[in-house]
Design a protein around this ligand. Structure first.
Ligand code: MG
Length: 159
C-alpha cells in the first residue's frame, strides 16, 4: 500500500459584519474573515494539506489571485480542484484531522456538523473526518478574538 501525509495551516483576521463559514458550515453571523473569498480557514488549510500530500506546492501556487478563474472564488471550488488533482494521481483520502483555534464564537456545538459536512463533500464514510476546537488561552491575535486559524492533517491512500 502507498500512503502520503499532508499538512495545512491557515489564519484569517476577523471583522465585524458578514457571516463566518468553517468547513462549509455557517457557524456565526455578525463576524467574518477578511478575505478575497469566503475566507473559510478550514477549507483553505484542507486544500493546502491535500496539495502538500501530492507534493504540489501550496494554495497560492495552485490558485493565484492573478488568475481571473480563482479571484474571489468560493473555497469549495479550491477543494474540488484539489480533489480532482488527488484522484488524477490515483489517491483517495483515508482520514482528515482538523484543529480550529478561535476565541469566539465557541465552536463545540459545531464540531460534529462541520465533520459531517466535510465527510459529505469529500465522499467519505462517517468517522473519517475529526474536528477539534480550542481557544488560544487569551494569547496573541487569536486569543484577543482578532483572528482565527485552522490546522489540518490528511492521509492519502493509493486507490
Ligand atoms: Mg486563507
Amino acid at each position: 500500500m502507498s500512503f502520503r501525509v499532508g499538512y495545512g495551516h491557515d489564519l484569517h483576521r476577523l471583522q465585524p459584519g458578514g457571516v463566518l463559514m468553517l468547513g462549509g458550515v455557517q457557524v456565526a453571523d455578525g463576524i467574518s474573515p477578511i478575505a478575497h473569498s469566503d475566507g473559510d480557514v478550514v477549507i483553505h488549510a484542507l486544500v493546502d494539506a491535500i496539495l502538500g500530500a501530492l507534493c504540489e506546492g501550496d494554495i497560492g501556487d495552485a490558485f493565484p489571485n492573478s488568475d481571473p478563474r480563482w479571484r474571489g472564488a468560493a473555497s469549495k471550488l479550491f477543494l474540488d480542484e484539489a480533489l480532482r488533482r488527488m484522484h488524477a494521481k490515483g489517491y483517495h483520502l483515508a482520514n482528515v484531522d482538523i484543529l480550529i483555534l478561535a476565541e469566539k464564537p465557541k465552536l463545540g456545538s459545531h464540531k460534529k456538523t462541520i465533520a459531517q459536512n466535510l465527510e459529505s463533500w469529500l465522499g467519505l464514510p462517517a468517522g473519517s473526518v475529526n474536528v477539534k476546537a480550542g481557544t488560544n488561552e487569551g494569547c496573541d491575535a487569536i486569543g484577543r478574538g482578532e483572528a482565527l486559524a485552522a490546522t489540518v492533517v490528511v492521509l492519502l491512500e493509493k486507490s
